[in-house]
Write a protein that binds this ligand. Structure first.
Ligand SMILES: Cc1cc2nc3c(=O)[nH]c(=O)nc-3n(C[C@H](O)[C@H](O)[C@H](O)COP(=O)(O)OP(=O)(O)OC[C@H]3O[C@@H](n4cnc5c(N)ncnc54)[C@H](O)[C@@H]3O)c2cc1C
Length: 286
């Protein structure tokens, strides 16, 4: 199937992009890598009157460390993130997650901004940004605003972005000494969307953890923070009993619906397995 007819515009500055969007009353769609949007249009799941291509706008694809945060422009591709030395050393959780995003060809064009704007509940980046308590930076014709991740994901494929607003950058904190990170997911084939995935972060010192953040993918309408499991781990030694209690607490945190990949019970089991793996890795970490 092919998409319905649409108009195409290529913006070279933000002002031009917003002026163009205003002509469509915010109903046009930004085009970044096109790896999700074009497929949705071909399936007639999205029928925007126009696409505004943002890829030629300068300054939206840098990765920079600025003090205690790393700032990624929204147009950074998955490949750019995968190969960035800054991300490898300063944001190891993102570095661990990106090999799970799609396949090589898609990683060369798909962007982090596109993924976070789409907010697919099975996508990897939303869990990473949630686990790290990142900040999303959005611009509209009336200026810029900073959105803490806890206010950003508001429902199934829904974010706090207003129609016509553009995600310009994402800020993630630089990893600190004693912080440990773990990303893993279970999928039927490598490169497929995960059945379940986990992005985890904590301070681990003398065998005990604190500041725990556990964000799961593909178990809810968006990334799901496992608050009860986080509480079960907070300040505790990572012994067998603590691990078991945290895994059991996931029953209260996660209420997945079954999908084409796995039923609800399988997803919950996979989530417990992934949490067990993360905690086992942290227990043996130096
Ligand atoms: C076969 C296949 C497998 C895939 N597997 C995975 C996977 O395992 N994990 C995963 O996470 N993703 C996967 N993807 C999706 C891929 O990661 C996409 O690149 C990503 O979801 C969207 O990024 P994009 O740049 O292509 O966005 P686009 O498709 O261009 O846009 C997506 C949506 O976001 C909006 N948008 C784009 N940029 C911005 C912005 N800066 N501000 C505001 N709105 C914006 C668009 O208007 C559109 O609504 C897969 C895709 C394919 C085709």
């Amino acid at each position: 199937m092919k998409s319905a007819a649409f108009e195409y515009h290529r913006a070279t500055t933000l002002d031009e992009a917003f002026a163009c969007m205003a002509r469509y009353d915010g109903q046009a769609q930004w085009l970044a890598g096109g790896q999700s949007l074009l497929a949705m249009m071909n399936l007639r799941l999205a029928n925007p009157p126009a696409l505004i291509d943002i890829r030629a706008i300068a300054g939206l694809s840098d990765i920079q460390q600025v003090g205690s945060v790393v700032r990624l422009g929204a147009l950074c591709t998955h490949h750019q993130i995968l190969t960035s030395p800054i991300i490898q050393t300063a944001v190891p959780l993102l570095s661990q997650a990106v090999p799970h995003v799609a396949h090589l060809a898609i990683r060369h064009v798909g962007t982090i901004g596109g993924s976070l704007a789409l907010a697919d509940p099975a996508a990897e980046y939303p869990t990473v940004v949630q686990a790290l308590q990142g900040t999303l930076i959005a611009k509209g014709p009336s200026g810029e605003r900073r959105i803490p991740v806890d206010d950003y994901f508001v429902g199934l494929y829904q974010t706090a972005l207003q129609p016509g607003e553009l995600l310009t950058a994402i800020e993630l904190p630089v990893a600190q000494a004693h912080q440990r990170f773990h990303f893993d997911e279970l999928s039927r084939r490598r490169g497929d969307y995960g059945m379940v995935g986990l992005a985890a972060a904590a301070q681990v010192q003398a065998g005990a953890c604190s500041g725990v953040r556990l964000s799961f993918l593909a178990v809810g309408d968006g990334p799901v923070l496992a608050r009860q499991a986080m509480a079960a781990l907070e300040g505790r030694q990572l012994d067998d009993s603590t691990v078991r209690q945290a895994q059991q607490a996931l029953d209260q945190d996660l209420h997945p619906a079954g999908d084409l990949q796995a039923n609800a019970a399988t997803k919950l089991h996979c989530a417990r397995v992934l949490l067990g793996r993360a905690l086992a890795a942290w227990r043996t970490a130096p």
